[in-house]
Structures are given as structure tokens and as C-alpha cells.
Design a protein around this ligand. Structure first.
Ligand code: FE2
Length: 285
């Protein structure tokens, strides 16, 4: 029997879709799951509203996309479900119980600083402030497809240096010695070929990309600034204003994201899974 197609509402000009009337339960039908996976590859960012689900649902649904990673910031993992990274300003003994507690967070790809970065993230909102804290996504497939010729000529075939240290300095806190060993600066292609869809996308972000290899420092800086301005253009962006029980599944190979500031007097709690590609589909794709 062929499953009834899911209702989809596009979110932005080039990418993003809300999937209506589906619950991300751990026992989702294979037909429905396969359709969601195809939609994820096509739209890059999928929104699911009103998800009355448990931690196990988030985890088991995510595991069907790919193997889950236990995030290296172990101080911010959920105590009972380490597959979930907490992103929160809720504090215990004065210390945040999650990552990225306060304020604005700049454009980045999750895990671009690792040798084998996550292919997807699923973020679920538990508590949100009354205003602010929205998440912006940028479609790096469209940004590459529409890239001016002179920039395409520079980025094609090149690599860049990605730095978690640079990101933490601006938006987070320092890693411990063990975590530092796992996250030296790293080189990745500046343009990725998506491991599942085959589409090409820019793999560069203001939060972590510090240098284009093979260019003098000043030229690298000016090309990066041009790329950052280009990818932040309105035509490539979807801005999401969270409601409680929203879940967003995004593609980490071809979208980057950032967070707006919000009033720290209000609690914010998000839970995230970190989803890896199949081992033979990891970078350099
Ligand atoms: Fe992120």
C-alpha cells in the first residue's frame, strides 16, 4: 500500500519546509519515515510543530537518519539521555547545564571543526523566552549555485581551516584538555558535494572558518568577508521563531545557522541530537 503523501508547506524561497500532521515517534511507519528522509534531503530544513513527544522519540527518530554521536561537550549532555545535548541558560550552582547559554550565536555549521562532522541535527524546544532567541538558517546550496563567477573561481577546488577555538572565543566557553585534543584546527573542502543528494554547497561560516588555504592572509580575509556577506543575503535565509514543542531537523552539510539574542531573565531549554553520516559518506564528500 502506498502511504498518503505528507502535507508540506515551504518556509522560504529556496529551501525549508514545514511538515504537517506527523509526529516524530519512535515507532513511525517506514513509509512515513522514508518520505521524511527524502523531504529532508530536498528541503534541507524541516519543521515539525506541536511535537508532544518524549526524549526517547527524539533519539530513536534521529537514529533512523544516521548513527548518533555523543557530543564531546560531556558537561552539557542530558544526565539520563547522553544522546541529547542540552542548549540552555538554566543553571545549577551558578553553572549553565547546557551549551550556548546566553546571547547571540553567530553563523556556523554544527561540528565543521571535526574530522567527520554531523550530517544532521534535530533541535527540540522545551522552554523558550517570550521574545528573541530565534534561529536563522542559510541555504548554502543556493548560495553556491548563485555565487558570482569571480568567487566561484576562487572557492572551487580549495580548502579552508576551521577552528572550534575561534568559535568558543566568540560565543561559548573554553574546552577542557581532553576536548582540546579532539578539536585541533582542521582543513575541509570549501565546497562540499552532498554525500546523499550529490548537490554542491558552500562549506564556510563566519563562526569557525578562519583561513582559505593557498591564498595570502589579506586575500583570504577579503574573500571570506565577501563570502560571509553573500551567504547572509535575505534570499538564502529562513528565520524561525520558536514555539514550545517545535522540532527542526536540518542538514549540516548544506545549511548553516545562527541564533538571535534574548533576555537572559527568561529560561530557554532546547534538546539536540547530533546525527552522523554513514561512515563511507563522511567528509570529503
Ligand atoms: Fe549549532
Amino acid at each position: 500500500m502506498v502511504a498518503k503523501s505528507l502535507e508540506v508547506r515551504p518556509l522560504a524561497e529556496t529551501f525549508g519546509a514545514e511538515v504537517v500532521g506527523v509526529t516524530l515517534s519512535r515507532d513511525m511507519d517506514a513509509d512515513v519515515f522514508n518520505e521524511i528522509k527524502a523531504l529532508w534531503l530536498r528541503y534541507e530544513v524541516l519543521l515539525f510543530r506541536d511535537q508532544q513527544i518524549e526524549k526517547e522519540d527524539l533519539i530513536e527518530f534521529s537514529r533512523r537518519i544516521g548513527p548518533l554521536e555523543i557530543h564531546l561537550r560531556e558537561e552539557w549532555l542530558n544526565k539520563t539521555h547522553p544522546e541529547l545535548l542540552q542548549i540552555t541558560n538554566i543553571r545549577e550552582n551558578g553553572k549553565p547545564t547546557g551549551a550556548l547559554a546566553d546571547g547571540e550565536v553567530g553563523w556556523h555549521f554544527d561540528q565543521i571543526y571535526l574530522p567527520k562532522p554531523a550530517i544532521a541535527s534535530l533541535l527540540y524546544s522545551v522552554k523558550i523566552p517570550p521574545a528573541g532567541g530565534g534561529t536563522h538558517f542559510a541555504d548554502m546550496t543556493a548560495a553556491y549555485a548563485r555565487l558570482p563567477r569571480h568567487l566561484k573561481d576562487v572557492v572551487d577546488g580549495r580548502t579552508a581551516i576551521q577552528s572550534y577555538v575561534a568559535f568558543n572565543r566568540m560565543y561559548s566557553t573554553d574546552t577542557n584538555a581532553k576536548q582540546k585534543n579532539l578539536t585541533p584546527d582542521i582543513v575541509h573542502p570549501l565546497v562540499r558535494t552532498h554525500p546523499y543528494s550529490g548537490r554542491r554547497a558552500l562549506y564556510v561560516c563566519p563562526g569557525m572558518t578562519i583561513k582559505i588555504n593557498g591564498l595570502p592572509e589579506d586575500e583570504s580575509r577579503s574573500v571570506l568577508d565577501e563570502l560571509f556577506a553573500w551567504t547572509a543575503r535575505e534570499e538564502f535565509i529562513y528565520r524561525h521563531d520558536w514555539r514550545v514543542s517545535d522540532a527542526i531537523l536540518w542538514d549540516n552539510a548544506c545549511t548553516m545557522h545562527r541564533r538571535d539574542d534574548f533576555d537572559g531573565e527568561h529560561e530557554r531549554l532546547m534538546l539536540r541530537t547530533t546525527i552522523l553520516p554513514q561512515p563511507d559518506r563522511a567528509i570529503p564528500f
